[in-house]
Write a protein that binds this ligand. Structure first.
Ligand code: B12
Length: 210
């Protein structure tokens, strides 16, 4: 579909206004929000990652692409989230220490919020003690995101710190992000892993029921 191609190109070229406008155009044409997300925005961002890997683009281009994706997500948000669901529990979410990637984390937060969870967004580069504070403030779930192989190990350190603070049995811990796998989650003692934002919603429901 031409519009999805144009949306991908707008993200890749880092054209924030155009990306937002293309999402609006897609919604007006009754293209599903999930399709615009997956086949437009996420596919565009995957291409950005590939171009970076191949040395075709550099960090500044990645950054403007991220801004374009964020702008377009802002338009898409009300259409991704379901309305009027009662609060199902408090989820504290953040990108692990040393890591500044927040698009995936924001998407997971958005979908959880739309499914009725109260979200405490701790932002990026979140040290273990911030997660600990959030648990003391009543978070039933801690959700950690990492996009770098060098920062995913900080998830394990955060889980250790939570355990040492005597809080491990008060909270469910889920993790995600491009380099994360189910076996890594098992290895570091997390309660679960999901590969994308919609499975994150199912996962939170599951871990809270367990
Ligand atoms: C955009 C981007 C950036 C932007 C980030 C802007 C922002 N505000 O987020 C900027 C330019 C800042 C950046 C910086 C860097 N980046 Co970068 N970046 C990317 C890129 C292209 C896209 C990431 C993204 O947003 N994807 C789209 C979202 C929707 O996907 P996602 O994050 O994976 O999230 C989904 C799932 O993983 C899951 N999920 C995510 N979090 C969670 C959490 C939970 C709990 C659950 C259940 C699920 C879940 O659900 C999400 C939605 O479906 C990736 C390439 C890639 N293929 O991932 C590289 C990439 C992650 N970056 C990389 C690198 C190397 C860097 C830098 C070190 C570059 C440098 N030399 O400075 C810095 C590091 C900065 C830092 N300290 O964090 C490498 C990492 C390599 C590695 N193996 O560690 C990648 C893979 C690029 C590459 N191919 O080399 N980057």
């Amino acid at each position: 579909m031409a519009l999805l191609e144009e949306l991908r190109e707008a993200v890749i070229d880092g054209q924030a206004k155009l990306a937002a406008a293309k999402v609006e155009e897609g919604l007006a044409e009754d293209i599903e929000a999930g399709t615009l997300l997956r086949e437009g925005l996420i596919a565009g961002m995957a291409q950005v990652g590939k171009l970076y890997e191949e040395g075709e683009i550099f960090v500044p281009e990645m950054l403007v692409a991220a801004r374009a994706m964020t702008a377009a997500l802002g338009v898409l948000k009300p259409h991704l989230v379901e309305q009027g669901v009662a609060s199902s529990g408090k989820v504290a979410i953040g990108t692990t220490q040393g890591d500044l990637h927040d698009i995936g984390k924001n998407l997971v937060a958005m979908m959880l919020e739309g499914s009725g969870y109260e979200i405490v967004d701790l932002g990026v580069d979140v040290p273990a003690d911030k997660f600990i504070e959030a648990i003391k403030d009543g978070a039933a779930v801690v959700a950690m995101s990492a996009l770098l192989t060098t920062t995913m190990t900080n998830m394990q350190l955060a889980i250790q710190a939570i355990t040492e603070a005597g809080l491990r049995d008060k909270v469910r811990i889920i993790i995600g992000g491009a380099p994360i796998t189910k076996s890594y989650a098992d290895e570091i003692g997390a309660d679960g892993y999901a590969e994308d934002a919609s499975s994150a919603v199912r996962l939170v429901k599951e871990v809270l029921a367990a």
